[in-house]
Design a protein around this ligand. Structure first.
Ligand code: FAD
Length: 511
């Protein structure tokens, strides 16, 4: 069957995923700017943690590519503006256009729950199948747009906070001070942020990147004579890394080359490879221990009781490795940042109570407790699709990290993570563009589920934090499979030595 017309594609979200996917569709962005988390969910001190050359579009290199510093969030937004201007994307982007609802116009019996995805396995239906409700600017009316294909790029972070649950009567309502989620702190201007922290007893709940940056901002605001310490309340410790150099060796050698990823399990590996992988387990553990030994030597982890119980590998495999800001432990040594470990905590009138009964006084409690990306998706997707987002493992099954086998004519970009999310988003967008051009067909729904489940099994085998849906230990294999499906060469270096020992980044997937 010949396609009669160009498909009408709508992208929801103007962060890096939405921009990477933008080819010729309409992009609806809820806020007044592109950039996503880098514009609306960053503190003054937030910097990229991925090295600059790994976080760039393959066809738009950073001007200062060789600059070893990590770009600030403002630099990233500027870079994205440059990209949108260079490729004339502004004509496609509708700012201040929030998608409030997505309706399915197709026949559910025929579309989702069949042997083939979508209409006979084709990415583009014969007639519009989705209707998108958009509220623009300050207007209260919803405008409806029909389209053939929707690309969901609304992001895993930001917009909807993950809030801790408290026993009845021990929640924030009894606390006399101020409680704020890290997401709301991002919205404050410099003056208000500093006023909120200076001379105040602050508790920061959490120990991931947002919590670490927040504690540091708090310590810096309290350097004066009236300064008060900031206390971090930590449930789960994670490994933090001061730089991308371990005992003098570049970090990429440990996880980002074909040779290093050979040690880790991957989906679709045969019996021989599974056996080899099993035999190489001590070497894999050795790499993790080697990095842990460096971190314990370089950072005062034992002094502050901050050495995690789980191996470094598991944080890396779940994309949770945070780069530590330079002066974090200097502030701790000066007493401006303190640490308390507690598996549970709740409020009292003057602060928070830890599981051993310790009462911490606080004027302000920051919840750096993360975001609920699935809830965000559920808030716009219609039934029955919003009920299909998680499998029994609590992970969204996505074929090639992009297609949900039971949600037809829709793709998700930005939901699986890797060391560079820009890299993951761009390659998947290239694959998606070819799918929409019908250059290849998707396998059956059952086969797509099979592939997604095998990936989830590998993640479960690799890390207890598998729900974060991160492919960092088998990212090259993931890209290989995508390339093969697009009809591209999967081994993309000039020679065997580079193929084995140099890292893969976006430049390797240049068209
Ligand atoms: C503090 C922090 C540090 C990070 N550091 C790194 C790092 O070093 N390296 C790395 O690779 N990744 C990092 N990440 C992950 C980061 O989220 C990704 O790199 C990337 O920016 C995600 O882009 P996205 O487009 O998928 O989502 P987002 O950036 O969240 O963009 C989603 C966009 O969708 C819009 N939107 C949401 N709902 C709607 C709606 N209903 N209608 C219309 N528009 C909507 C939002 O306004 C937003 O602009 C970090 C994240 C955070 C929060």
């Amino acid at each position: 069957m010949e396609r009669q017309r160009a498909p009408k594609v709508v992208i929801i979200g103007g962060g890096i995923s939405g921009l990477a996917a933008a080819n010729d569709p309409v992009v609806f962005e809820a806020t007044n700017s592109i950039g996503g988390v880098w514009k609306h969910c960053s503190y003054r001190s937030t910097r990229l943690q991925t090295p600059r050359p790994d976080y760039e579009f393959s066809d738009y290199p950073w001007k200062n590519r060789e600059d070893p510093s990590f770009p600030t969030h403002n630099e990233i937004v500027e870079y994205l503006h440059g990209y949108a201007t260079h490729f004339n994307l502004w004509r496609l982007i509708r700012l201040e256009s929030k998608v409030t609802e997505v309706r399915f116009l197709g026949d559910r019996q025929k579309a989702g729950f069949t042997e083939l995805w979508g209409e006979e396995g084709r990415a583009v239906p014969s007639q519009p199948i989705w209707e998108i409700g958009v509220v623009t600017g300050t207007l209260e009316t919803v405008q409806w747009y029909k389209c053939d294909f929707v690309v969901m790029c609304i992001g895993k972070y930001g917009d909807i906070a993950k809030m801790p649950v408290f026993p009845y009567g021990k929640g924030p309502e009894i606390f006399q001070g101020k409680v704020m989620h890290s997401m709301d702190y991002c919205k404050l201007d410099e003056n208000s942020a500093s006023k909120l922290m200076t001379g105040k007893k602050v508790v920061v709940v959490g120990y991931k990147k947002s919590a670490i940056d927040l504690a540091l901002e708090c310590a810096e605001a309290n350097k004066g004579p009236d300064g008060q310490p900031c206390t971090m309340v930590i449930r789960t410790l994670h490994w933090t890394v001061p730089s991308y150099s371990i005992w003098g060796l570049p970090f990429f050698l440990f996880y980002s080359t074909r040779f290093s990823q050979f040690l880790h399990p991957r989906p679709n590996q045969g019996l021989m490879r599974s056996l080899t992988c099993h035999l190489l387990t001590p070497m894999k553990r050795g790499v993790s221990k080697f990095i842990e030994s460096y971190l314990a030597w370089k950072l005062p982890l034992d002094k502050y009781g901050l050495r995690p119980d789980h191996p470094f590998d598991e944080d890396y495999a779940s994309c949770q490795m945070a780069i530590l800001p330079d002066n974090f432990f200097t502030e701790a040594d000066q007493g401006r940042i303190r640490f308390e470990k507690s598996s549970k905590w709740w409020f009292w009138e003057k602060g928070v109570v830890l599981d051993d009964g310790t009462k911490l006084e606080a004027d302000v409690v920051f919840l750096a407790t993360g975001f609920d990306g699935k809830k965000k998706l559920k808030s716009v997707l219609p039934e029955p699709f919003c009920g299909l987002l998680e499998d029994l493992n609590g992970v969204m099954p996505l074929y090639r990290g992009t297609i949900h086998p039971l949600i037809p004519h829709m793709a998700f970009v930005g939901y699986i993570e890797s060391v560079s999310n820009l890299h993951s988003a761009e390659l998947r967008s290239k694959w998606l563009a070819r799918l929409l051009e019908e250059k290849f067909k998707l396998p059956s729904v059952e086969d797509m589920y099979g592939q997604a489940n095998r990936e989830i099994e590998v993640m479960k085998q690799t890390t207890r934090f598998y729900r974060r849906h991160c492919i960092s230990t088998f990212s090259i294999n993931h890209s290989d499979e995508i390339c093969e499906e697009m009809g591209w060469e999967s081994w993309r270096k000039n020679n065997w030595i580079s193929e084995a020992f140099s890292p893969y980044n976006n430049q390797d997937y240049k068209e």
